[in-house]
Design a protein around this ligand. Sequence first.
Ligand code: ZN
Ligand code: ZN
Length: 263
Amino acid sequence: MWFSEIIKRALHGFKNALYPAEVTCDACGNELTGRSRYRLCAECTETLPIIKSGEEICPQCGVPVKNEAVYCLRCQNMRSKFELNRSPLVYEGLAVTLVHKLKFGGQKYLAEALSAMLADCFWDNGMSADVILYVPMTKREQRVRGFNQSELLARGLSKRLNVPLSDALIKIKDTKGQRGLSAEERRKNLEGAFHALPEVSGKNCLLIDDVFTTGTTINECASALRHAHAKSVCSMTLSIAVLKLDGEKQKEEKGAKPNAVDG
Ligand SMILES: [Zn+2]
Ligand SMILES: [Zn+2]
């Protein structure tokens, strides 16, 4: 009996050596049988809320727009400090699972495969950048989580695109969690929280984050980069939330764009 147990364990170890963690699906853990661009099985790839190229999106933030408006309601009502944002995924279903696994489950290895989605999105949208930055945390915030998921995504993307990563954007003020706050409360919460070092001056900056919700975080970071004379600021987030807005309101002002990119 004990002998067969030893054999079983040895075989198990052998199998693990042959098929390391990389050949299991990052979302469900099932073994991957073929090559997979995003390290996801066919079933999970199928349910991934990916924003397909050619899909109608808001030209500012990149969220799918299902009504006939050119700009989404969020961008119609926000003074954007960034040129544009693009995201490979809608923040729902499996995208939420993946972000949570990375952010709260501490599964840092996920950033590697997820940065491939950002890279594909970058090429699909014909984007360019001199330098890649990420939404920073304060030292205290980073100590609590142990890592910065946006930095991990930015690092993976930087390697894939061969564009240098910069830590010239810093967070100088601890802030409350943004969950449950309105856009205005979020803005107040983050006011003066970010600072960019002079080395971004004259550079086309690409800012990376995990989720685009109200756009306040990206906007405040873009504002700091512009203050340090960045030439341009674009952003990419792994996912973007479709705001649940009042259906009637959404029908108003189709295509209106009162707030252009600020300076
Ligand atoms: Zn799977
Ligand atoms: Zn928008």
